[in-house]
Design a binder for this molecule. Sequence first.
Ligand code: TAP
Length: 482
Amino acid sequence: MAKFEYAPAPESRAVVDLAPSYGLFINGEFTESQGGSAFKTVNPATEEVLSEVTDASAADVDRAVAAARRAYNGVWGRMSGADRGKYLFRIARILQERAREFAVLETLDNGKPIKESRDVDVPLAAAHFFYHAGWADKLEYAGLGTNPRAHGVVGQVIPWNFPLLMLAWKIAPALATGNTVVLKPAETTPLTALLFADVVQQADLPPGVVNIVTGAGATGQAIVDHPDIDKLAFTGSTGVGKMIARSIAGTRKKATLELGGKAANIIFEDAAIDQAVEGIVNGIFFNQGHVCCAGSRLLVQENIAEDLERRLKRRLQTLRVGDPLDKNTDVGAINSKAQLSRITELTAAGEAEGAERWDNGCELPAKGFWFRPTVFTGVSQGHRIAQEEIFGPVLSVLTFRTPQEAVAKANNTPYGLSAGVWTEKGSRILWMADQLRAGVVWANTFNKFDPTSPFGGYKESGYGREGGRHGLSAYVTTESNG
Ligand code: TAP
């Protein structure tokens, strides 16, 4: 399959107005840190420094929590759901109006292709605000229990793979249910959260309802440990999730943890094979594989494995890897040097343990952090690349003979976030969905998201759900659940 030669089609970055440095967004305005320091955020595709951002201190977190508490007690906790909903609708509309600015900024700071930030991240972020705006005045009727009430002040810590979208997953349900928020974006991708602070001002949200504190792990830890936080919502690695669970054990804090994954994408012999190939590509190469629910383990029925592998490799040779701002790019930059080292280390382990490595041989830019779309065949279950989350554009291929074997292999992981099943038989889809220990099971598709649909994991993928009616319940107490 030949790759068409396209002329460059770069999106203009003129729409983004970057400040040389940013303070913290506390009580409705940008303020200087008290005792914190600063760090640089870079474009991972070019290593260009984009801006300098504040590394918030524990004193800054304390100020942010105090502002959130005042806003909760004084305004937001008393406001009617209908009025809260108006603010959420306003935020949603502003996100749509400024969609291009957000998409370009996300791509610059994260390295993801512009077609993904433009067509997935930003529209879905707006959709989350629209969806939750609709719930704000209907919580009594959401089946959450008797008299649902906000927890109060919510601490939220998010990762770098979908910076704006994870912010929306966190902030929209918290505000809809009447909570106020202190949110920390990831160290490598703080810029869209800071631009969101601008949206908060534009929407005229009362001061202190949303506070954004940038920083590294220690800032996140200060949020987790703060005594006046009522609920924590964390998305990130299982390692940090376990530390958080230990830190809050024995306290009154509620928590939801959305952690890692090692999803099986299972292809049966009767599946529509070319569609399945597209689903595999979307499953693991979307967003450079920096996706917690990525289909990183391909389980193929043995009698079609050779044919599928051939088609998949041919398809991967047509993927365009390079400038994330180019509208034709399929695979962008790895988000950070540290993540590139982790991917490099795990793929080296794959070779050392005896799996066969293949990549699409594409040219990579000289500067920035890059990794070729890679496939490992001959992978066995004990290999690190079959067990550990690589969080990069790397697929491990395993085979199976019977549905029972597929289930046993798919469930043989400490995680349980998502899975995919490809077959023509509806009854088999239902049987598989019942057997798989995964929070989400996609059938004849992969990586489909919608604000109405709950998302979350089993086992070491965490607890609690985000999205849908189930996601709302994590943000309220009721007379039945206390
Ligand atoms: P983490 O290292 O866990 O970081 C997540 C967030 O926690 C970041 O903001 C991080 O700050 C902060 N953090 C680090 N140490 C902390 C501590 N001791 N206390 C409180 N906060 C702390 O994960 P990551 O590398 O950013 O993201 C990749 C992981 O997230 C993958 O395992 C992936 O599967 C998972 N993930 C899961 C989901 C869902 S929905 N289940 C979605 C996306 C990602 P820094 O950025 O400064 O380190």
